[in-house]
Design a protein around this ligand. Structure first.
Ligand code: ADP
Ligand code: ASP
Ligand code: MG
Length: 786
């Protein structure tokens, strides 16, 4: 014997029911089969709605009834063959007449008693199983319908399993010839014969009760997902099926919100060791999940993540608690008398305070019960009045042997920390299967995704979401470079660089699935107005990198917001790094605190590897003696081509060729070089401020300066220098043939770094401009940030 249970989505319409039929037919080839079936998807909610409207004396309950009846008629029309349709239709119409008169009764009395509600709710499963049974009969199957209400007995709110099992066996003995038995899930009766249900989602429980009563070989729970998944699939799209799971871990997952299995379902099958398979009705070939007693060991201990919303925290605090035993037991007693379920308990070792989690719906009752219990101590000031805070969620990692593996708690808290998600309370240790944290509800989904990433996604091909701010020359070159190289990078490194957002000054476009880069310009044109940084902070993505290809002053102030939301930043924008030294340091600190990286190699010395070299100097314990550098490709081009006359014409010619800023005054002022030497110095550990640098713009008497240098056989170069004491200057220098700067050609840059270990300086030289080089430098920073 085997038990197959089909949920509401599996019988939502005629097409789904056909799918169910084909699964059952296959199962029948192997064994005698008992099918438990839910109401058609959404039906129970609609029935509750009908009861509630009727109780409010709202006549529109009739419209809902009619709509529900029509939905069932439609299924019958599509599913049953001509000859059978009428009979089934009549049976279903008969059920609707009963339902109508029940609802009418509720309407007349204006009250919905628990038994009336159960009676109304029962119709969902009665209807669906009637249709399914008739369908099988129409195909000639040896099929019998069993009335679960006559079999499942609820006593004092829970199932009387001994009597229920006895009745199950009896019912089966009474139909020895039926190969297929069909049972409505969810419904039962109480000891007084009144309608009862097993609670929302209870059809799973019906299935396991029948399996246990019959000592079935297996139970299959057929649903709309490919098994028990590592997290709720609506919260974590990358959640994956758990192939094997123990009864106890599955129980924990379902208890803490994995609705795919109704929590009481597991318990009846445990004693007999009956395996439960969770399978996808719409992809029956997929393996699904096997819930069993001793699954193969799960790697790393963590199996899945569950969460429940609507949690309230109740805190008990006061000096009177210190060293006095019995406070907790009195509180627990008071709550248990009120029938309030305690979800989590934490108590600091100081015993000065204690915090428990309960469902939000119970919070005020819990507070009142607690305060009544401690009224005396509160009146004496030994205890503070109980504090209730609402708006929390509980997020749990579930595993089988987490105490035996290190890293579960650490990984969980680290993941939350990286996203700056505040943890209000934690609980671990009482079980090796569950580590729980309480977080604010509005951050709970982000928390789940972060934890899921930590334990499951990290080892996959990683998607690296990129957001490119600034769609000028560099931004465009980077987009092109990504278009050309992303596939090769993914192959080589296992990292998929995915541009998920683009922004210009006034518009932006975001699509976490990736932007069609070939349409980038048009997408931006049609983009959204407003602050893209706010939009990005609302996304909560893993591994995301923000690329600042702007020359915007304000944007640097928003980097810390981005860091806190988990973004690394790669910038070619110099301004955020060349303000005050305090600002520069604060950016580094904030990035470090958030556990993300901040790279800006292309802000000084173009894309040449200068900052990494300086990092190496600092990190290896070497000491910087001095730096002398040509950092402006534009000025070097001008000085290299200047022959003593026609400076203005030369500048204009360079402007036309695109070698200068649109306003060449910016190049000639030396401010750009000043910013670069600030960045280089700071990277080398010198806390240089702008005011400490003596800055000489390109002078008006350039012709004279040229002539005087030429007369000595020297050349003019625009050089930034700094020494270990922070003496720094930017301006024209005369250099002789013995200097490496003497022969510097065109727009090249050169950086001479003199250190304790390199008294004869290191020279880094090469292209000092070029959008391709800059884009390449950015790409390199991206790869270093991952
Ligand atoms: P049925 O109607 O078949 O009983 P349910 O709606 O009760 O189905 O349960 C299946 C749903 O449970 C899935 O569609 C999914 O949205 C939700 N769910 C929540 N957590 C999990 C999880 N960890 N694994 C699988 N499904 C989950
Ligand atoms: N139909 C019931 C519900 O929606 C029971 C079930 O589907 O398991 O809760
Ligand atoms: Mg269910």
């Amino acid at each position: 014997m085997q038990v197959l249970k089909f949920g509401g989505t599996s019988v939502a319409d005629a097409a789904s029911i056909r799918q169910v039929i084909s699964i059952v037919e296959k199962a029948l080839e192997e064994d005698r089969t008992l099918v438990v079936c839910s109401a058609v998807c959404g039906c129970t909610d609609q029935l509750i709605g009908i009861g509630t409207l009727a109780a409010k004396r709202d006549e529109t309950y009739k419209d809902s009834l009619e709509a529900l009846q029509e939905r069932h008629r439609q299924i019958i029309r599509e599913l049953l063959p001509e000859g059978y349709r009428k009979k089934t239709q009549e049976a279903v119409d008969g059920l609707f007449r009963e339902l109508e008169s029940l609802a009418r009764g509720v309407f007349l009395v204006g009250e919905l008693s628990p038994a009336s509600l159960s009676a109304i709710e029962s119709f969902g499963e009665l209807l669906s199983t009637r249709i399914l049974t008739d369908k099988f009969l129409s195909q000639g199957a040896a099929c019998r319908w069993l009335d679960a209400r006559e079999i499942i007995l609820v006593r004092g709110g829970s199932v009387d399993t001994a009597e229920t099992y006895r009745r199950i066996r009896e019912a089966l003995e009474n139909c020895p010839h039926a190969e297929l038995l069909i049972v409505p899930g969810f419904i039962a009766r109480d000891a007084d014969g009144r309608p009862a249900t097993l609670g929302r989602g209870g059809s799973d429980y019906t299935a396991s009760l029948f399996a246990a009563g019959l000592n079935a070989r297996r139970v299959e729970i057929w649903t709309d997902v490919p098994g028990i998944l590592t997290a709720h699939p609506k919260v974590v799209p990358s959640a994956r099926p758990i192939p094997h799971i123990s009864y106890r871990a599955a129980q924990e997952l379902s208890h803490f919100g994995a609705k795919v299995i109704y929590p009481p379902t597991i318990q009846p099958v445990v004693a007999e060791g009956i395996p439960i398979y969770v399978k996808d009705t719409f992809h029956p070939g997929e393996a699904g999940t096997l819930v069993e007693k001793n699954p193969p060991h799960s790697h790393g201990g963590v199996i899945g993540i569950a969460h429940s919303e609507g949690i309230a925290l109740l805190s008990l605090e006061g000096s009177g608690m210190v060293g006095v035993p019995g406070f907790s037991s009195r509180l627990f007693d008071a709550l248990s008398r009120e029938g309030i379920n305690i979800i989590l308990i934490t108590q600091a070792s100081s015993v000065h305070s204690m915090c428990i989690a309960v469902a939000e719906a119970d919070a005020q009752r819990a507070r009142k019960a607690g305060e009544a219990c401690f009224a005396y101590e509160i009146s004496l000031g030994k205890l503070n009045p109980l504090k209730v805070e609402t708006g929390f969620s509980i997020v749990c990692v579930i595993g089988d042997d987490m105490l035996g593996h290190s890293g579960a708690t650490g990984g969980m808290l680290a993941a939350l920390g990286r996203h700056s998600i505040p943890v209000r309370a934690t609980a671990q240790g009482s079980s090796e299967r569950n580590i729980s944290v309480i977080v604010p509800s509005h951050r709970s989904e982000e928390a789940i995704r972060a934890i899921h990433h930590e334990f499951f996604d990290r080892f996959d091909t990683q998607v690296i979401p990129l957001f490119i701010a600034g769609y000028g020359r560099v931004g465009k070159a980077l987009v092109k470079m990504l278009l050309d190289n992303a596939a090769a990078i993914a192959k080589r490194s296992g990292k998929e660089l995915r541009v998920c957002g683009l922004a210009r000054s006034k518009k932006y476009v975001i699509d976490t699935e990736g932007i069609d880069l070939s349409q980038a310009a048009q997408l931006l044109e049609d983009g959204l107005p407003g602050s893209y940084i706010d939009a990005l902070c609302g996304l909560s993505l893993e591994n995301a990198i923000f690329l600042d290809c702007t020359a915007n002053e304000e944007i640097g102030f928003r980097y810390p917001d981005l860091f806190r939301c988990g973004y690394s930043v790669v910038a070619c924008n110099k301004i955020p790094f060349s303000g005050t030294y305090a600002q520069f340091k604060s950016l580094q600190r904030e990035a470090h605190k958030a556990g993300v990286s901040l790279r800006y190699e292309t802000t000084a010395g173009a894309a040449l590897p200068v900052l990494v070299t300086l990092d190496r100097v600092v990190q290896s314990g070497d000491t910087l003696v001095r730096m002398d550098a040509v950092l402006s490709g534009t000025l070097n081009y001008l000085l290299d081509n200047y022959k003593g006359t026609g400076w203005e014409e030369l500048v204009e010619d360079a402007r036309l060729k695109g070698y200068t800023e649109p306003d060449p005054g910016i190049d000639l002022s030396g401010v750009d070089v000043l910013r670069k030497i600030l960045i280089l110095s700071r990277q080398a550990g010198i806390p240089l401020e702008q005011t400490q640098v003596s800055l000489e713009p390109i002078p008006a008497d350039i012709a004279q300066r040229y002539a005087s240098a030429a007369a000595k056989g020297l050349k003019l170069r625009y050089v930034a220098s700094v020494d270990a004491e922070g003496h720094a200057s930017v301006g024209l220098r005369e250099v002789g043939p013995d200097s490496p700067l003497f022969g510097l050609k065109g727009t090249d840059n050169a950086i001479l770094i003199t250190t304790g270990d390199y008294p004869s300086p290191m020279l880094i030289q090469g292209a000092g401009a070029g959008t391709r080089q800059t884009a390449g430098g950015l790409l390199n920073d991206i790869m270093l940030s991952i």
